[in-house]
Design a protein around this ligand. Structure first.
Ligand code: UD1
Length: 423
């Protein structure tokens, strides 16, 4: 499967954002803590969700799926303490079942997730948190085994405000004895969503969205129905697409507060952004001005929007300095962007982007999820067609990104690799 994209068209129209990948995956994992059936809605139809369904089923949960994206999860049959190895390898978010399994079964064993395409991503902070809650940890030959009869509440100070570690520890602490306080917690909106879900199950959690989260352990949890928040990164991708093509898009189903860092940068770059109750309208200028960004934990500029923003800066007027402070190897896609004529120089954690008037279509390959999205955006402002391979990376985390961009007027289609004729 490849994408063939013809460039040089302003996007315009209305697009609706789906459920947040990084909230849905974690809430699915948190469902393992429930007693009874949870019903989740606004779950995005993406490959990573399918992978998490596989993980939950592999553990013994019953998962029912409806075509509208809602699902039911019944964890009553969960007795395996080891998530399927090949799925953990495929998707790092699988390790988010560790906290709930540890709390529920008293034991979890998992393959240590290795590095991934955006660099090394250890789980030491997750494990340090479990250890602080009284678990014993053994690591051997690439596997980690975590055990605790019953976890005990503790004060935990995270070295880095890691999203995954905050969530894993928060889930585990819900059934611990006593109170847990997580300091220097990550403040991402997806963590607030997970807290809201846990509270609906009967957990006593507060503080998510600030850097201190307090969890009073309870004996058991119930079940609930829950709608996942909209995906701020999907929203941001459409906002950047409209701005850089000089188009106008109304992006609906947005929690406007969640995209403020991006709105500020788009305005600085010369785009007009109107904020509604649950939507934004973005109007791009003839050509964006170069602005610099630095990725930071929320509410700073999200690392998951860095590649798409670099694509926009590659055709902006002037030079932009992009500093990646979260994942050191997150510039791999820039090699592909250069094949399309972008003038991007990467030195360590910094990319220097010298804007050019237009890119040119080329044969490129998505190296990872957000890098792939950036290449699609680059193709939209190219002279001549682009043929993009590695589409599975994009389908992992975007609900039909090509289809939604096509509705905004992009000339983009999926073709079987054998049908490709571009170039
Ligand atoms: C989550 C998101 C990802 C987003 C990232 C940062 C999901 C599925 N993924 O990833 O899309 O880019 O937040 O907003 O929700 N670290 C350690 N030790 C640990 C854990 C993390 O050193 O035990 C480091 C990482 O290497 C990285 C930094 O902390 O440099 C942030 O990682 P983290 O916030 O944990 O990201 P993820 O939860 O993996």
């Amino acid at each position: 499967m490849k994408l063939v994209i013809a460039g040089s068209r302003p996007l315009s129209g209305v697009v609706r954002v789906g459920g947040a990948k990084n909230a849905a995956l974690k809430i699915m994992a948190a469902s393992l803590l429930a007693e009874g059936v949870c019903r989740l809605s606004n779950v995005p139809r993406i490959a990573d969700v399918d992978t998490m369904v596989g993980v939950l089923r592999g553990l013994g949960a019953r998962v029912g799926l409806r075509p509208d994206g809602s699902m039911s999860i019944d964890p009553s049959g969960v007795e395996h303490c080891e998530p399927p190895e090949e799925l953990v390898k495929e998707m790092r978010a699988s390790i988010q079942v560790m906290g709930p399994l540890l709390a529920r079964l008293g034991h979890v064993r998992a393959r240590q997730p290795g590095g991934c395409n955006i660099g090394p991503r250890p789980i030491d902070l997750h494990l340090k948190g479990f250890a602080a809650l009284g678990a014993s940890i053994t690591e051997e030959r690439g596997y980690v085994s975590v055990r605790a009869q019953r976890l005990k509440g503790a004060e935990i100070l995270l070295d880095i405000p890691s999203v995954g570690a905050t969530e894993n520890i928060m889930m585990a602490a819900c059934l611990a004895e006593g109170t847990t306080v997580i300091r220097n917690a990550a403040r991402e909106p997806e963590i607030v969503d997970q807290q809201n879900f846990l509270v609906r199950l009967g957990a006593k959690v507060r503080g998510a969205g600030t850097d201190t989260i307090r969890i009073e352990g309870v004996e058991s949890l119930g079940s609930t129905a829950y709608a996942v928040i909209p995906d701020r990164i999907e929203a941001g991708t459409f906002m950047v697409a409209a701005a850089m093509t000089g188009g106008t898009a109304r992006v609906e189903n947005v929690i406007v507060e969640h995209v403020q860092a991006l709105i500020a940068k788009l305005r600085e770059a010369g785009a007009e952004v109107a904020e509604g109750g649950s939507y934004v309208v973005v109007r791009g200028p003839e050509r964006l001005r170069a602005v610099s960004i630095r990725t930071l934990p929320y509410p700073g500029f999200p690392t998951d929007m860095q590649p798409q923003f670099v694509a926009a800066m590659s055709v902006a007027n002037g030079t932009s300095i992009v500093t990646e402070t979260i994942f050191p190897n997150r510039f791999r896609y820039t090699e592909e962007l250069r094949r399309m004529g972008a003038n991007v120089r990467v030195e360590g954690r910094v990319a220097v982007v010298q804007g050019v008037p237009a890119l040119s279509g080329a044969h490129v390959e998505a190296p990872d999820l957000r890098g792939g999205a950036a290449l699609i955006l680059g193709a939209l402002v190219s002279d001549g067609p682009t043929e993009l391979a590695g589409v599975h990376h994009i389908d992992r985390g975007y609900e039909d990104l090509p289809g939604k961009l096509a509705k905004l007027g992009a000339a983009i289609e999926r073709v079987e690799a054998s049908e490709c004729q571009v170039g």
